[in-house]
Design a protein around this ligand. Structure first.
Ligand code: ATP
Ligand code: MG
Length: 459
């Protein structure tokens, strides 16, 4: 945004006017060079933190010990950090010592990758001692200095390396990749929130398939135990199954696809997302999609292909799954199905089965003719339904929730002359399924009549 650039220029000028050196640095310089949108601008300066605070009345000492002051200007905020070096990374994450220095090149040397180790002055001149411009042109992620050592200092850099390669669709320089492979086990030192944040930027970014392939090949995620309980070969297989992940627009579906590809059950997926510190809404949305898969898989397993009346039985099982998991989870699963490679999406295959008895056979819940919206599924029965057919079954449902049912629990208890109890919820669910499947119209009289018919104690 131009307002941000203008405000940033004012901060830069404020420092220069007082005789300090100051530059824009890091991600904003990289993104400007790459012609990518710049979302925030960081500054680096020779001024000490207390000097920065003396110049700008509106500022917050966000990271005083590390030399970072947040300066507020015209509604924008800028992180202004004093030139510094770092040393002593005993925990493979955070430096134990920060030393303020006077040369901007020293400051740039502590930064992770060449493309992130450039700064730009007010005049537009770029300071680039480590070849960041050349690497941007060659689309390469390369460590500043010795890769193995840099990854050993701060293990998070390895996942940042993969994340930048994924988001920018860059390659990783040979030595950098080699250093990463040597240090990959150290990623276990990194807090799960940080790992999750990087993984999230890979999965939700523009080239998630590339990132997941790199995650798999790097062997970076701690393998075989919680909260990343899979092996290198599981991850490689998952990367192959998620080829279509970049086409999914919904973030929840991207996670659902990944967890599906990693062979997680709905409840395992929910637990993993909890361990990765995702909010409850994300967990339940993702697990909901996988729960539809489970309902549908068990439907397919219980209705053998070619069984008489199988298509109708499957239709009812599908509708029950939609009612149990919700329409949006069901839609989500269908979208996922379309993103899976055909071989991995058995019910999408639509394999032709030998001719089977037509609809309306004895095991069908209700004769087709009795259903107002009976879809013409086209015999032969019990061909595996395609996602398109599942979608049309969903679309034909006249209602999706108990709230839409044209009878209340109280009415029902009154009409049957029974005390409310656990039976009531069950009966309402049965009525909901019957109405959703089109066996009976969703009106008060029909529903009460059906309830009486269902109730063995009533005449
Ligand atoms: P984006 O904000 O798009 O993730 P960025 O490059 O701005 O990209 P930040 O995490 O905001 O990334 O960090 C700002 C700058 O700080 C980086 O460009 C890099 O120079 C430096 N930096 C950040 N994290 C590290 C790290 N772990 N090791 C070394 N330098 C780092
Ligand atoms: Mg940034």
């Amino acid at each position: 945004p131009s307002g941000m650039v203008a405000a940033g220029n004012l901060v830069l000028e404020g420092l220069l006017e007082q005789g300090y050196e100051a530059y824009f640095v890091g991600g904003c310089v990289r993104d400007e060079l790459l012609g990518r949108p710049v979302h925030d601008m960081d500054l680096t300066t020779s001024a000490r933190p207390e000097e920065v605070m003396g110049i700008f009345p509106r500022c917050v000492p966000t990271g005083l010990a590390h030399g970072t002051i947040t300066v507020l200007q015209d509604g924008w905020s800028f992180e202004v950090t004093t030139y510094r070096t770092e040393s002593g990374y005993a925990d493979h994450r955070r430096p134990e010592q920060v030393l303020f220095v006077s040369d901007v090149k020293e400051d740039l040397r502590r930064r992770d990758f060449t493309i992130n180790a450039m700064c730009r002055g007010l005049d537009g001149a770029v300071v680039d001692p480590y070849g960041g411009q050349e690497d941007s042109e060659r689309r390469l992620i390369r460590c500043v200095g010795d890769a193995e050592a840099r990854f050993g200092e701060d293990a998070l850099r390895m996942l940042r390396c993969v994340r930048f390669a994924s988001v920018l669709d860059f390659s990783i320089a040979k030595n950098t990749w080699r250093g990463l492979l040597r240090q990959r086990d150290k990623l276990a030192h990194i807090a799960v929130e940080r790992v999750r944040a990087e993984l999230e930027r890979i999965v939700l970014g523009p080239h998630p398939q590339r990132g997941l392939g790199l995650v798999a090949r790097s062997g970076l995620l701690p393998r075989g135990k919680a909260p990343f309980p899979w092996t290198g070969s599981d991850m490689a297989a998952a990367a192959a199954l998620t080829a279509g992940i970049g086409d999914l627009e919904d973030a929840h579906l991207r996670w659902a696809l990944l967890l599906h590809a990693l062979k997680q059950t709905a409840s395992e997926a929910g637990e993993l997302l909890r361990a990765w510190t995702f909010p409850g809404a994300t967990r339940s949305a993702v697990a909901g999609v996988l729960r539809v898969r489970e309902g549908w898989d068990s439907a397919l397993a219980s209705v053998p292909p070619g069984s008489p009346g199988g298509t109708e039985a499957l239709r009812r099982r599908w509708i029950a799954a939609v009612l149990a998991c919700g329409q949006s989870a069901a839609e989500g699963w269908l979208t996922l199905l379309a993103a899976l490679p055909q071989a991995a999406a058995p019910c999408a295959a639509g394999v032709a089965q030998p001719p089977a008895p037509a609809l309306g056979a004895p095991d069908a819940g209700a004769p087709a003719a009795q259903r107002p919206n009976a879809p013409d599924t086209g015999a032969p029965a019990a061909q595996r339904p395609t996602p398109a057919l599942l979608r049309s079954w969903t679309a034909e449902m006249p209602l999706h929730t108990l709230a839409e049912l044209a009878v209340t629990g109280n009415e029902l208890a009154g009409a049957l002359n029974k005390r409310p109890g656990p039976w009531l919820g069950e009966r309402l669910q049965q009525l909901l399924l019957a109405a959703a499947a089109g066996d009976i119209p969703n009106d008060n009289q029909s529903l009460l009549q059906e309830a009486k018919r269902m109730d063995p104690n009533e005449p």
